[in-house]
Design a protein around this ligand. Structure first.
Ligand SMILES: *Cc1c(COP(=O)(O)O)cnc(C)c1O
Length: 463
């Protein structure tokens, strides 16, 4: 069988049927997986075939072998982590992205991919109240978006004190004081480790009981930093509570310092900027130096698609591009690879573009508002569940619930809900206590789904 004689038609048509059956099953599927990875691997692990197998047969077999290990995280009653599904426009655009197989690295390889990333990025900045002049890139997720933005900060802060960090590294460099909140996301710490800034050297600012940085404590840290370069990483949307660091006083304190940079990790919370009623939560974010968010969480673009933007375009590019490769860039146009850590990669811009256009400004607003309203409905529903108590102020889409004020009891209820298959949410530890974490981030969740979930939690709590 040579490539030339492969018949795509039966393969892609059958694949579309399998995919369609899956997305149509989402509302009724057992939400968690029904088998673990070892069981799935046992079925997948045949002897590595010597001979070619028919692609259609391979796909049929793959789809049935892995099915019990699939998690219906794209469905309406998945509330684990902060996830979100894939909107229809996203799934369809990703099919085309696979068929087109564009390398999004440079214009020369795909003017189409370059244009989609350009326009989608302009729309993202507009929606999220990021200055139009900022540069942007599409990393795999907000985690690497944080790393890209913090690398840009490292460049700018050290350049201002006469140090070329890309050329000389950090050996002998002036010290940057890195300031994060006590409840910063784990990926902020991994970014510090990637960047040679050190996890243990970081200054942690105390947070309030919702997990938001205390502005007075931050101001104190900034004063004590005197004239040292300072990188402040603030958070829009705590992964447990949904709380926002107070960005207005934080940005004011950063601006008042002579050589400081404010990065905002807004993986899902930055989407509050797209909703007039919620915008006050991110007031001050427009004064930041850099922003990271995700399209694959609350915007419901399929995996993977993050977003990073940097006010200082030159710092962003200098941090990502080496001098040798810098010479290869075209002067005329924006090259996708100059704003992220990857070189060759998937054309993430098509699905992002398709989703933004299929939702429109009002659709994005409705999606975010609806998830918040549904989170509030679930929190209200907890009032009738025996022993349940909501631990956080439900300001966004995140709800933390504890049962009978007991760690073991709480974990048992979480396990009970997961095993029932009606809904799925995970556990977390909030301020030393076990809690159920509910994140309402999916486009397809309805009030009826929330009510079914409250019933499932009630049943597990009665057991
Ligand atoms: C999810 C999340 C991240 C990491 O995003 P990825 O998409 O996993 O890379 C970073 N910060 C916060 C606050 C998050 O919620």
């Amino acid at each position: 069988m040579t490539n030339r004689t492969v018949d795509f038609e039966p393969l892609l048509r059958r694949t579309a049927e399998i995919a369609l059956a899956y997305v149509e099953s989402l509302p009724d599927r057992h939400v968690g997986s029904r088998q673990d990875a070892a069981e799935i691997a046992d079925r997948l692990r045949v002897a590595l075939p010597d001979e070619a197998e028919d692609p259609l047969a391979v796909i049929e077999r793959l789809a049935s072998d892995v099915d019990p290990g699939l998690v219906a995280s794209a469905g309406p009653r998945y509330f684990g982590f902060v996830i979100g599904g894939a909107l229809p426009a996203s799934v369809a655009a990703d099919w085309l992205t696979a068929a087109w197989d564009q390398n999004a690295v440079v214009h020369a390889l795909s003017p189409a991919a370059a244009a989609a990333e350009q326009v989608a990025g302009e729309w993202m900045k507009e929606l999220l109240a990021i200055p139009a002049g900022a540069s942007h890139g599409l990393p795999t997720g907000a985690g690497l978006g944080n790393a890209v933005a913090m690398a840009s900060a490292r460049h700018a802060l050290l350049a201002r004190v006469g140090w070329d960090v890309e050329e000389r590294g950090l050996y002998g460099a002036p010290e940057i004081q890195v300031v994060i909140g006590d409840e910063a996301h784990a990926t902020v710490l991994t970014a510090l480790q990637y960047l040679g800034l050190g996890r243990a050297r970081v200054t942690r600012v105390p947070a309030d009981e919702q997990g938001a940085i205390r502005a007075d404590a931050l101001r104190e840290v900034m004063r004590a930093a005197a004239d040292r370069p300072v990188l402040v990483v603030a958070q829009a949307g705590n992964v447990n509570t949904g709380a926002f660091d107070p960005l207005e006083p934080i940005s004011a304190a950063v601006r008042a310092h002579g050589n400081a940079w404010l990065h905002i990790d807004g993986a899902f919370g930055l989407w509050a900027a797209a909703v007039p009623r919620l915008r006050h939560l991110v007031a001050g974010s427009e004064r930041a130096d850099s922003w990271a968010t995700d399209a694959h969480k609350w915007l419901n673009v399929g995996y993977d698609c993050g977003f990073v933007a940097v006010r200082d375009v030159d710092a962003h590019r200098a941090a990502m591009v080496s001098e040798a490769s810098y010479l290869m860039r075209s002067e005329a146009s924006r090259e996708n690879w100059e704003w992220v850590l990857d070189s060759s990669r998937r054309a993430r811009g098509f699905a992002l573009y398709a989703v933004l256009r299929s939702l429109g400004r009002s659709g994005v607003r409705d999606l975010v508002e609806r998830c918040c309203a549904l989170a509030a409905r679930l929190a209200e529903g907890m009032a009738s569940v025996p022993g349940a108590r909501v631990l956080n102020d439900v300001v966004l889409n995140q709800v933390l619930v504890r049962f009978e004020d007991d760690d073991d009891r709480t974990r048992a209820v979480i396990r009970g809900v997961q095993a029932g298959g009606e809904a799925w949410m995970g556990g977390t530890t909030w301020q030393g206590r076990a809690a159920m974490r509910v994140s309402v981030s999916g486009w397809s969740t309805t009030e009826a789904d929330i009510d079914r979930t409250v019933e499932a939690i009630t049943a597990a709590a009665r057991n």
